[in-house]
Design a protein around this ligand. Structure first.
Ligand code: DAH
Length: 337
C-alpha cells in the first residue's frame, strides 16, 4: 500500500502540462471527493494495521500536498504566460530612454571656461589630493595661518603634509613651477573644506582660479579682464566694483562685487538692499609667490582671481540652497539646461 502511494508521489512529481483542462483532469483524478485516488486512499485508512497507521498517514498526506502544490504551480505558470501574451503588442512604441541634462555646475563651469578662452586663457589642472607646499606654503601662507587649521582643511590620514586642496589656487603653483611667463591659465576644479553643511556652505564645492603673468601686467588689466567676464556672463549692463581685501598670495588684494542681477542695483533682499553681490576674490600676485616658483618678480608681474562656481550658478539660476547641487534630484537638474 505504502509503496503504491510512493509511486503516485513520483507520478505527481514528473507531471506537467500547460493545458488548463488537462490540469483540471489531473486534479480530479487525485482529489475528487468521489473516487479520487487520494480520497479513496484516505478511506482505506481504517483497514490499515495499527502499527502502520502512522507511516501510512504521513505518506498519504505528502501525496495530497504534492498534488495540491503541483496544480497550483501549473495554474499560476499558465496565468503569467497568459498575461505575458496579452501585453506583448509589437505595434506599441517602446519605452523611451530618458535623456539626461547637464548639471548646473557643469553648465556654469563650461560657460566661464568659454569666456576666458576667448581672452586667450587656457585650462590647467591641479590634483585634488595636494601637499602643503602647493596648497599653502608656495602661496605665501604663513605657517600659523588659520586656514591651515584642522577646522578648514581635510588632512589625508595623519600626515599633515597631505591634504585635500582647499582651493584651486594650487593650480597656479603647479603651472608656475613648470613654465616661465607668459602664463595665462584658468584652473577649474573641485575643492574641499571642513565646513558644516548648510544652505550656504558645503564641504565640497567648485572653483575657477585664474592667473595671468607677463611683463608689465597691471591692476588695470585685472579690472578690465574681470569687467569683460562679468558683462559676458551676467549681461552687458552689469557693473563691477572692487573692495580692498586680504589674501596671502596677492598684494594688493580685492573682492569683486557685481551689480545685483535681480534688482540691477536698486536694492532687494537677494543683495540685502546693497545693490551689490560679491562674486570673487582677486589681486596682483604677491612677489613672494612668484619667487617661490622661481619666477623673476623684478621682471614679471601678474594678477590672479578665484571664484566659486556654486555661488555664481546660484546667482545665475536663482538657486537658494547649496545642498540641491549634490542631491541630484532630476526634477531640479532638468529645470536648468
Ligand atoms: N583661493 C581663494 C579662496 O579660495 C580665492 C582667491 C582669491 C583666488 C584671490 C585668487 C585670488 O587667485 O587672487 O577663497
Amino acid at each position: 500500500m505504502i509503496e503504491n502511494i510512493k509511486q503516485h508521489i513520483n507520478e505527481v512529481k514528473v507531471y506537467t502540462s500547460d493545458n488548463i483542462s488537462d490540469i483540471e483532469q489531473f486534479r480530479i483524478k487525485f482529489l475528487s471527493k468521489k473516487g479520487g485516488i487520494v480520497t479513496n486512499l484516505f478511506k482505506e485508512f481504517r483497514n490499515i494495521p495499527a502499527k502502520d497507521k502512522k507511516e501510512y498517514g504521513q505518506v498519504l498526506n505528502k501525496l495530497k500536498l504534492s498534488v495540491e502544490e503541483k496544480v497550483s504551480n501549473l495554474k499560476s505558470a499558465l496565468k503569467t504566460a497568459d498575461t505575458g501574451k496579452k501585453d506583448f503588442d509589437l505595434s506599441l512604441p517602446g519605452d523611451s530612454i530618458e535623456v539626461g541634462s547637464r548639471h548646473p555646475i557643469s553648465i556654469v563651469r563650461n560657460e566661464i571656461i568659454e569666456i576666458f578662452n576667448r581672452l586667450g586663457f587656457s585650462i590647467a589642472e591641479g590634483p585634488e589630493i595636494e601637499d602643503d607646499w602647493h596648497n599653502f606654503s608656495a602661496l605665501n601662507f604663513p605657517k600659523e595661518h588659520p586656514a591651515r587649521d584642522m577646522q578648514d582643511t581635510f588632512f589625508v590620514e595623519t600626515n599633515p603634509d597631505i591634504l585635500l586642496r582647499t582651493h584651486t589656487s594650487n593650480g597656479q603653483v603647479r603651472v608656475m613651477e613648470n613654465k616661465q611667463p607668459p602664463i595665462r591659465i584658468i584652473v577649474p576644479g573641485r575643492v574641499f573644506r571642513n565646513e558644516a553643511i548648510s544652505a550656504r556652505a558645503h564641504c565640497i564645492f567648485h572653483q575657477v582660479e585664474g592667473l595671468f603673468i607677463e611683463e608689465n601686467v597691471s591692476f588695470a588689466d585685472l579690472k578690465q579682464t574681470l569687467l569683460y567676464f562679468a558683462k559676458e556672463f551676467f549681461g552687458e549692463e552689469t557693473k563691477i566694483r572692487l573692495r580692498p581685501s586680504y589674501f596671502p598670495f596677492t598684494e594688493p588684494s580685492a573682492e569683486m562685487d557685481i551689480s545685483c542681477t535681480l534688482c540691477n542695483g536698486k536694492g532687494c533682499n537677494v543683495c540685502k538692499y546693497t545693490g551689490w553681490l560679491e562674486i570673487l576674490g582677486c589681486g596682483m600676485v604677491d612677489p613672494n609667490v612668484l619667487e617661490s616658483s622661481n619666477i623673476d618678480s623684478e621682471k614679471y608681474t601678474g594678477f590672479a582671481f578665484g571664484m566659486g562656481i556654486e555661488r555664481i550658478a546660484m546667482l545665475k539660476f536663482g538657486i537658494k540652497d547649496l545642498r540641491m547641487y549634490f542631491e541630484n534630484d532630476v526634477r531640479f537638474l532638468k529645470q536648468i539646461q
